[in-house]
Write a new protein. Structure first.
Length: 94
């Protein structure tokens, strides 16, 4: 899968698989869901990490990863509340 820039996500249809490279600007925990603001040189997007989707090991890795870490994310584009977000399937520290 080819890397995708945040600015190009609006041209992709919902359900499209993408790989993003960037860094974590902010992180919020809400139970078994973690919301990440992931930035690259072109913008910022919200990435949603659900424990049931990625598994406990990946979820704990995301939870332990500090803000400003470089990451790679494989996921699926979702449009909610009139904006794009990425539902994370795989999370990597770079």
């Amino acid at each position: 899968m080819k890397n995708t820039y945040v600015c190009d996500l609006h041209t992709r249809p919902p359900g499209c698989e993408v790989t993003l490279l960037g860094w974590i600007r902010a992180k919020r925990h809400q139970g078994k869901v973690i919301f990440l603001d992931v930035c690259d040189s072109t913008g910022t997007i919200q990435a949603v990490v659900e424990e049931q989707r990625v598994g406990q090991i990946q979820f704990n890795l995301v939870k332990a990863t500090p803000v400003e870490s470089a990451v790679a994310i494989d996921g699926v584009i979702n449009t909610g509340n009139s904006r794009h977000e990425v539902n994370v399937r795989r999370f990597y520290l770079v």
